[in-house]
Design a protein around this ligand. Structure first.
Ligand code: ADP
Length: 579
């Protein structure tokens, strides 16, 4: 049911009531009026019956003449009727007319009078077109019989009264309708409309318009309802804002995580996935509502999510992501078991590191094996009698010393590398002048270069001092100059340039050596990588020099690159930020 119907539901009975009262009043009042007319007329019957008492036994014609004489008796009509209904006399008729009158025995007032002595009626006279009131009463005759005396009177007032009553009733009806209308309007203004507004307001709020506030109506109860609704709106708005803030925090946290995270519902269908998850598992499009299989196309992951949901216990596995990267996956059920959280971590770096470590151990063992075997060989030969041969002893001891130096160089380079790889040495940084470091390195290299007939040329522009690991930089310069001299040719040259470009110090070491084959360039800075193994060993190289250069440069936030042409020479460029 609608409010509008409720409004008319009130108005209609009010109108119906008013309409029902009108005929009641109409007929009731008319009845009262008629009753009063009858009793008024009944009082006039007694004196007339006394006047007529001595005459009723007169012959009819005389009786008629007498009764006729009564005409004009205060406007009353007097009729005398025999018990058989025949009219004996009538004050309003002539004798001839009386004789022609029809039998009155069937008139209701006559019937009543014949029956019980008295009768009355109000009816409309067909001939006079007017309402008449009739009162009839038996009159005894001396011979023990009776006649009926009927007195009648036109009810002119009744017509007038009816007209007045109709007007009054019409006015009352109008007043009732007006009153009902006014009450309805008042109710409409005070109750229905505010109620309707509240319903509309509640609907708007329910549909998500949380900022909507209901106007507060006058009626206390409705005002309380409106205020409660408004408070409810405020509370919901606050809670929504809090939930939204929490969601955005979670989203920010999720977005900034390097770990991939997928949250599912209790059926295993995805609720959300953070950007890292999407990236690691190469997801495209919307994931919400999808199963892990649909979202990631990984049957194993799908199976694991199902297992976790069924068992309620966590699972940890390593899988291969669609990108081919190894990933560690941990699947944990939410505490209320409303779903699971899948966390995916890229472990390719870890795997690579583990591989590097394994390689390093193998390489170091391999590098140690050769000099140790040589030392042992020479020592055993000496032990087995070569000591007696002074010449051979000298040679073997010299070789042993040489191998020991190699071992020492190898150990030193390894230590330097491990020091450069350590992360907690910020404190060892000191303001360093790269030009000075280069000059010192050149001084160290000068005698060797001269011996190999390699010309060392320095072209060093001033570069401001910067916070640096001085030892690391020294190793960097020494290794570059050493290689440039070592892999050069007699008569060749090495040019060392230092420039400041923007916020960087740029160091170039150019040699006129044999160059490096292009295929070797990508691996050149790896530990123990050598282009020409034999030559490097002969030169006393450890295969770690360029790895140290790379790590030292990276430790200062810088980089190293090489350009080389086979047979012509190489240029190593190191860039170091000055900040
Ligand atoms: P090594 O101790 O063998 O010199 P490095 O790491 O310093 O080890 O160098 C790796 C390899 O790169 C060397 O074995 C050599 O073959 C090549 N190399 C390095 N510098 C040069 C250069 N300036 N010219 C030609 N080849 C070079």
């Amino acid at each position: 049911m609608r409010f509008s119907q409720l409004r008319s539901a009130f108005l209609l009975p009010a109108l119906a009531g008013a309409v029902a009262v009108v005929p009641l009043l109409w007929f009731g009042l008319q009845g009262l009026l008629e009753q009063s007319a009858v009793s008024h007329l009944a009082r006039a019957v007694q004196p007339i019956s006394r006047v007529l008492a001595d005459r009723v036994e007169d012959p009819p014609e005389r009786l008629q003449a007498f009764v006729r004489g009564l005409s004009g008796l205060g406007g009353l009509r007097v009729t005398v009727i025999a018990p058989d209904g025949k009219v004996l006399a009538d004050s309003e008729r002539t004798w001839a007319q009386v004789e022609a009158m029809d039998n009155h025995g069937t008139r209701p007032e006559i019937l009543d009078a014949l029956d019980g002595g008295k009768g009355s009626a109000v009816r409309r006279s067909a001939t006079l077109r007017e309402n008449f009131v009739y009162v009839a009463q038996q009159m005894s005759t001396r011979d023990g019989g009776f006649v009926v005396l009927r007195v009648s009177e036109p009810m002119a007032e009744l017509a007038a009264l009816r007209g007045r009553m109709a007007r009054i009733l019409a006015l009352s009806l109008l007043a009732a309708v007006l009153a009902a209308g006014l009450v309805s309007l008042w109710l409409d203004h005070k109750l229905w409309r505010p109620l309707e507004d509240l319903v509309t307001g509640a609907n708007r709020m329910a549909l998500g318009e949380l900022g909507y506030r209901n106007p507060v109506p006058d009626l206390d109860e409705l005002a309380a309802l409106a205020r409660s609704l408004n408070r409810l709106g405020e509370r919901v708005q606050e809670q929504m804002a809090a939930a939204e803030a929490e969601r955005s925090h979670l989203q920010t946290v999720g977005a900034s995580m390097s770990e991939g995270v997928l949250v599912t519902d209790r059926e295993g269908r995805a609720l959300m996935a953070n950007p890292s998850f999407r990236k690691l598992l190469r997801l495209r499009g919307e994931v919400a509502g999808k199963t892990p299989l649909e979202a990631t196309r990984s049957p194993r992951l799908d199976e694991l999510v199902r297992e976790t949901i069924a068992s309620g216990t966590s699972h940890e596995v390593e899988l291969e992501a669609p990108s081919g990267k190894p990933v560690a996956v941990s699947i944990t059920p939410l505490t209320d078991r409303s779903g699971v959280v899948v966390a995916v971590r890229d472990i390719s770096e870890l795997t690579a590191l583990a591989e590097i470590r394994r390689d390093l151990v193998a390489n170091v063992s391999h590098e140690l094996k050769t000099p140790l075997a040589a030392i042992r060989g020479y020592a055993e030969t000496l032990h087995d009698g070569a000591l007696d041969d002074a010449e051979a002893s000298k040679r073997f001891v010299h070789r042993i010393l040489e191998q020991c130096r190699r071992l020492q160089a190898l150990l030193e380079d390894l230590l330097t590398l491990s020091r450069l790889e350590r992360r907690d040495e910020e404190s060892e940084r000191v303001p360093t002048d790269l030009g000075e470091v280069l000059n010192r390195a050149a001084e160290v290299m000068e005698p060797i270069a001269r011996e190999r007939q390699v010309a060392l040329q320095l072209d060093l522009a001033p570069v401001p001092r910067f916070e640096a690991d001085a030892e690391g930089l020294e190793k960097l310069c020494l290794n570059l100059l050493d290689n440039a001299v070592k892999y050069n040719r007699p008569g060749g040259e090495v040019r060392v340039r230092l420039r400041r470009r923007g916020g960087e110090a740029v160091l170039e070491v150019e040699d006129s050596g044999r160059g490096i084959p292009e295929a070797a360039l990508p691996r050149l800075f790896e530990r123990f990588y050598r282009v020409d193994r034999g030559r490097s060993r002969d030169e006393g190289g450890t295969g770690l020099g360029l790895a140290i250069v790379k790590h030292a440069a990276q430790r200062h936030g810088g980089s190293v690159e090489v350009v080389s042409k086979l047979g012509e020479g190489s240029t190593f460029t190191v860039r170091l930020p000055l900040e």
